[in-house]
Write a protein that binds this ligand. Structure first.
Ligand code: NAD
Length: 475
C-alpha cells in the first residue's frame, strides 16, 4: 500500500493568521481603516527616494517618470480613498416597489476577507500597491505577490510593508510563478491579478477551485484611430507620450495606429519629431538619454525585435529607428508604416517601443480590423467629428474609450478602470476598486404582522390566484 505524502503549503500559517484577523477587522470602524490609509500614505511619501532608486535599478526609470507613473497614482488613489471612505462605507438605501410595501432595504458593504494581489513588472510599485489601497479601504487583509522581474522594487515593497503594517493585515511574499501557484492553492476570498492574458487564465482556473472571486487586469492590443479632421500635432505628441513612456511597456499604451491615408505622411513626420523632442537630448535618442528607460529583460528585448523583423519581412517600411543596444536593453523607438494586417506584430500585444501604422482610404475599413481582434483594454480616437467618434465608440467593445488623448483615463479617480473579456474583467480605482474588494450585501427588514408577501402563502386557493393575477397584470 502506498502512503501519500502531504506537502504542507508554506503560506498556510500566514493565510490562517490573516483569516483570523479579517474576522476581527469586520468589527472595526471605517475610521480605523482611514487611519491605516493615512499611515500607508506616509509609507509612500516618506520613502520617495528609495522608490526612485528601486525603479531606476529595475527599469532605468528617471525620478520624474517614477513620480508621474508610480508614486503619483498611488498617492492620488490613497488621498481619494481617505477623503471619500466615509461616504463609500455608508449603506445605500433602496426604494421598495409596491409588492414590497412595508419593507425597508439597503445595500451594505462588507469586506470580502483575505485577498491576494499579484502584481506585474511594468509599473511594479503602482500596480501592486494601487489595488492594496482599495483592498484596505474595504476592510480586508492582503497578501501581495509582486513580480520576480523587478527584484529591487519587490524587495522595497516587502521591507516597507513589514515596517508599516502588521503581518496579519498585509504581508508580502516574493517569488516567481511557482510561488504564485502555491499561493493560489489557498482559499482566498478575492484575487486581484494584473498581468498577461495567458497567466490570467491560469489564475482564474486556480480561483475556480475555491470559487474565489477575481479581478483580472490584463492586456491586449489597444487600437488608435486618427481621422483627417484630427489635430495632428496634438495627436502626435500625446501618442508619443502614451506609447513610449516606460518604453512602451504599458498595458494601456496605443498598440497600433489606424490613420486616414490623406494625413498619414504629415502625422508620421510630427510623430518622429515628438518622440525625439520628448525622450531625446539635443535631437538624438541614445542610451544616455535620462528620459527614456529600458526593456525589462533580454527575453522581451528579443521578442520585440522579432516582431519588428517579421513586419519588415512582410513589407513594412521603417519610418523611425536608431541604434538599439541589446546588452543595455536599450530599444530605440521604432515607427513602422505599411504594416501587413496578418503580420505577427498585429497578432500579439507589442508591449514595447514599436508603433505600427496602418492606413485606410475608406472609413468602413476601420471596424473590421478592430472587431476581428479580442476586445481591447483601451480604444483611442483622435478626431474633431463627434458623430464619427460616437459611431466608433458604439461599435467597439473596449475596457475604456479615450478621445483626443491616450493613457489619461487610467488616472481619473472617478472612472472605473479595467478590461472586457480578453483584456480582463472587474474594475479598479476609487469607489470601483472599493466595490471590487467588497461584498455588496443586501439587507432587507420586514415589518411585523400582515405583509404583502403573506397574500401568496399556501394553500394556493382562489384568493392567492386572484392576487398573483393582479400582480402580473398591474405590478
Ligand atoms: P505576467 O502575467 O507574466 O506576470 C504577472 C504576475 O503573475 C507576476 O507576479 C508573475 O510572477 C505571476 N505569474 C507568472 N506566471 C504565473 C503562473 N503560471 N501562475 C501564477 N502566477 C504567475 O505579466 P507581466 O509580464 O508581469 O506583465 C505584462 C502583462 O501585464 C502585459 O500583458 C500587460 O498588458 C499586462 N498588464 C495589464 C495591466 C492592467 O491594468 N490591465 C497593467 C499592467 C500590465
Amino acid at each position: 500500500m502506498q502512503t501519500e505524502t502531504v506537502v504542507e503549503n508554506p503560506y498556510r500559517q500566514l493565510f490562517l493568521a490573516q483569516q483570523a484577523n479579517s474576522i476581527s477587522l469586520r468589527a472595526q470602524s471605517w475610521k480605523a481603516r482611514r487611519k491605516l490609509l493615512k499611515g500607508f500614505l506616509a509609507f509612500v511619501t516618506d520613502n520617495r527616494s528609495r522608490i526612485h532608486q528601486a525603479l531606476n535599478a529595475d527599469l532605468g526609470k528617471s525620478e520624474i517618470e517614477t513620480d508621474i507613473s508610480e508614486v503619483y497614482p498611488v498617492v492620488t488613489e490613497l488621498k481619494h480613498a481617505i477623503n471619500n471612505l466615509s461616504n463609500w462605507v455608508q449603506p445605500e438605501p433602496v426604494d421598495a416597489p409596491l409588492t414590497f410595501l412595508g419593507t425597508t432595504s439597503e445595500v451594505q458593504y462588507e469586506p470580502k476577507g483575505v485577498c491576494l494581489i499579484i502584481g506585474p513588472w511594468n509599473f511594479p510599485f503602482n500596480l501592486t500597491l494601487g489595488p492594496l489601497v482599495s483592498c484596505l479601504a474595504a476592510g480586508n487583509t492582503a497578501i501581495l505577490k509582486p513580480s520576480e522581474f523587478t527584484g529591487n522594487t519587490s524587495r522595497l515593497i516587502r521591507e516597507l510593508v513589514q515596517e508599516y503594517f502588521q503581518e496579519d493585515q498585509v504581508a508580502v511574499i516574493e517569488g516567481d510563478a511557482d510561488t504564485a501557484a502555491q499561493l493560489l492553492k489557498l482559499p482566498f476570498d478575492h484575487i486581484f491579478f494584473t498581468g498577461s492574458t495567458a497567466v490570467g487564465k491560469i489564475v482564474m482556473r486556480a480561483a475556480a477551485d475555491h470559487l474565489s472571486s477575481v479581478t483580472l487586469e490584463l492586456g491586449g492590443k489597444s487600437p488608435t484611430v486618427i481621422d483627417s479632421s484630427a489635430n495632428l500635432r496634438d495627436a502626435a505628441k500625446r501618442i508619443a507620450f502614451g506609447k513610449f513612456l516606460n518604453v512602451g511597456q504599458t498595458c494601456v499604451a496605443p498598440d497600433y495606429v489606424l490613420i486616414d491615408k490623406a494625413v498619414e505622411r504629415e502625422f508620421i513626420e510630427l510623430l518622429q519629431q515628438s518622440i525625439i523632442s520628448l525622450f531625446g537630448v539635443d535631437g538624438h535618442l541614445t542610451p544616455q538619454s535620462p528620459h527614456y528607460g529600458r526593456i525589462i529583460n533580454s527575453r522581451n528585448f528579443n521578442r520585440i525585435d522579432t516582431l519588428v523583423q517579421d513586419a519588415i519581412r512582410l513589407g513594412a517600411t521603417v519610418e523611425l529607428n536608431g541604434t538599439s543596444d541589446a546588452a543595455q536593453r536599450f530599444f530605440h523607438p521604432v515607427i513602422l508604416s505599411g504594416v501587413a494586417v496578418d503580420s505577427k506584430i498585429m497578432a500579439e500585444e507589442i508591449f514595447g517601443p514599436v508603433l505600427p501604422i496602418l492606413s485606410y482610404t475608406h472609413e468602413d475599413e476601420i471596424l473590421p480590423i478592430i472587431q476581428s481582434r479580442p476586445k481591447p483594454l483601451a480604444f483611442y480616437i483622435f478626431s474633431t467629428r463627434s458623430a464619427f467618434r460616437q459611431k466608433l465608440t458604439d461599435a467597439v467593445s473596449a475596457g475604456a474609450v479615450c478621445m483626443n488623448d491616450c493613457v489619461l483615463q487610467f488616472s481619473h479617480p472617478n472612472l472605473p478602470f479595467g478590461g472586457v473579456n480578453a483584456s480582463g474583467f472587474g474594475k479598479a480605482h476609487g469607489r470601483h476598486g472599493f466595490l471590487a474588494f467588497s461584498n455588496e450585501k443586501p439587507v432587507l427588514k420586514q415589518k411585523r404582522g400582515l405583509t404583502m408577501s403573506s397574500f401568496l402563502y399556501p394553500p394556493f386557493n382562489n384568493r392567492v390566484k386572484r392576487t398573483i393575477n393582479l400582480m402580473l397584470r398591474w405590478l
